[in-house]
Design a binder for this molecule. Structure first.
Ligand code: G6Q
Length: 548
């Protein structure tokens, strides 16, 4: 039997430090945050860390002075230091796919040396960046023309999963900095509605499609790209128009050429960039066109600043390590099933959706690197919506429900859009929520307000709900880069503790294979022999009855 290239490690739950944490949990669990803050007036200054433009206050977590040191011992016992080094130096840490994991090389400055199979990849990264920059300038300046000679005004990104969620999140997040005389749209779903609605008001003569697909074999993307070509050529009437209206981002030049896109209009990346870690590769071309090459470089600088912090800072001051370890603390000791991400900035409205893929596709695994079933929980479910909207919907459960939901609150001191005094209102809500979650309101306090005894229990807030607060000066491309890298590395930290491969995604395969096989069963005019279970067979027949 082939041995996994990662050294075998003792099982997580049998480690003495794990046992020590279990004992420690029993001590911490009954303590209220009110008590912890009363005991240490400096807690709110002490449990903080700062790096790459981000300030993390983790004081409103259910931890004592012993907790972080114990979690750091756990990280050391799991080899986190060595594993960080292994990732940054291009070792094939994605063991099930036998690949290096080098999204950090995408933001490495010129002159850094990062070897994959003996070859330095940094010069190639910068060559692609320069190719992207030249192209983005041409489009932004109106020099890249459509087939009929009109400048391009509409950019339509076609991709799915990692080839969509990053670009759409970044466009929304950085819209303030975007070229306002251009329109940006994103099509991902194979549901034709996505295509129809995204293009209904666009003029094909002024529209450029960016087909983003690492493999260039993804069903949804190829279906949408194929339809985009039809849509374009129906209007322009000449196959030669593809050259002006389509570019591709891919690692697969052969398939790109087969689709009919000249590989001169292709921007490459590499198999050591995972889909969900690719928004700062050529997959970010739409972002670069939107915010300009300088803005994109700033984004990369933010990523790089956080990379360097993660790589070099001591664990007790290391933001991604602290956040990763706190997630382990709640997931494995407090049995919390979910984490809410609550950005108090409308521009970050797609950030929770982006993080859902980053976190859950990375760490939603049930076997270790050695292929053994885990006997502990792995990734929590991530979810969230921007504040203050969420306050008027699901916060009820976070405050008074029966589940423990650790939350990340993300906010900015300065707003990009000063509208009356609304930023103060927004941030007052932000701070008030973390305070209310931590300290709650006791029955005595409720009664002291004059609430009738029978109503008082309904108005009690238990508190002791943990939160992280992440603050930055204002939302800039650089800060966005730092924020994304913070979560990328927090995810890796968690994956190292759980001893899983955070960079594969075998769990998405089965559904894809079954769907591909089923398409003819829905489309063939003669009913094929259906060999599924009785439920699936009946559902297919009902569909066929309606459509054929
Ligand atoms: C991400 C996943 C997945 C991938 C999509 C699109 O880590 O691998 O979400 O990004 O399936 O794949 P292509 O870019 O190859 O079309």
């Amino acid at each position: 039997m082939n041995k996994s290239p990662i050294e075998q490690r003792p099982s997580l739950t049998s480690m003495p430090i794990w046992k020590a944490l279990e004992v420690h949990y029993e001590k911490v669990q009954p303590i209220h945050l009110r008590q912890l803050f009363a005991d240490d007036p400096k807690r709110g200054e002490k449990y903080t860390a700062e790096a790459a433009g981000l300030y993390l206050d983790y004081s409103k977590n259910r931890i004592t002075d012993e907790t972080i040191p114990l979690l750091i011992q756990l990280a050391e016992a799991c080899g986190l230091r060595q594993r960080i080094h292994a990732m940054f130096s291009g070792e094939k840490i994605n063991t099930t796919e036998q690949r290096a994991v080098l999204h950090t090389a995408l933001r490495a400055p010129k002159g850094k040396k990062i070897l994959v199979d003996g070859a330095d990849v940094v010069p190639e990264v910068h060559a692609v960046l320069e190719q992207m920059e030249a192209f983005a300038h041409k489009v932004r300046r109106g020099e890249w023309r459509g087939y009929t000679g009109k400048p391009i005004r509409n950019i339509v990104n076609i991709g799915i999963g990692g080839s969509d969620l990053g670009p759409v999140m970044a466009y929304e997040a950085l819209r303030f900095y975007s070229q306002r005389n251009m329109t940006f749209r994103f099509i991902s779903n194979v549901d034709g509605t996505d295509f129809a609605e995204a293009t209904r008001d666009l003029n094909p003569e002024e529209t450029l499609f960016i087909i983003c697909s690492k493999t260039f074999t993804t069903l949804e993307t190829l279906a949408n790209a194929g339809y985009a070509r039809t849509w374009c050529l129906n209007a322009l009437g000449d196959a030669k128009a593809v050259r002006n209206h389509f570019v591709a981002i891919s690692t697969n030049a052969k398939e790109v050429a087969k689709f009919g896109i000249d590989t001169e209009n292709m921007f490459g990346f590499w198999d050591w960039v995972g889909g969900r870690y690719s928004m700062d590769s050529a997959i970010g071309l739409s972002t670069m066109i939107a915010i300009g090459p300088k803005g994109f470089r700033d984004l990369l600088k933010g990523f790089y600043a956080m990379d360097e912090h993660f790589r070099t800072a001591p664990f007790e001051k290391n933001l991604p390590v602290l956040m990763g370890l706190l997630t382990v603390w709640y997931t494995n000791f407090f049995a919390a099933d979910t984490t809410a991400v609550l950005p108090y900035d409308q521009y970050l409205k797609r950030f929770p959706a982006y993080l859902q893929q980053l976190t859950m596709e990375s760490n939603g695994k049930h076997v270790t690197l050695d292929g053994v079933n885990v006997d502990y929980q792995t990734s929590p479910i991530y979810w969230g919506e921007p504040g203050t909207n969420g306050q008027h919907s699901f916060y009820q459960l976070i405050h008074q429900g029966t589940k423990l939901v650790p939350c990340d609150f993300i906010g900015f001191y300065k707003t990009l859009n000063s509208v009356g005094s609304q930023h103060a209102m927004l941030m007052a809500n932000f701070f008030a929520q973390t305070e209310a979650l931590a300290f709650g309101k006791t029955e005595e306090e409720v009664k002291a307000d004059g609430t009738a005894a029978w109503l008082a229990p309904h108005r009690v807030f238990e508190g002791n709900r943990p939160t992280n607060t992440i603050l930055a000066e204002k939302l800039t491309p650089k800060v966005l880069g730092s924020l994304i890298a913070l979560y990328e590395h927090s995810v890796y930290t968690q994956g190292v503790i759980w001893n899983i491969d955070s960079f594969d995604q075998w769990g998405v395969e089965l559904g894809k294979v079954l769907a591909k096989r089923m398409i003819p069963e829905l489309e063939n005019t003669n009913e094929p022999v259906l060999k599924h279970d009785s439920s699936t067979n009946t559902l297919i027949r009902k569909y066929r009855k309606s459509n054929l």
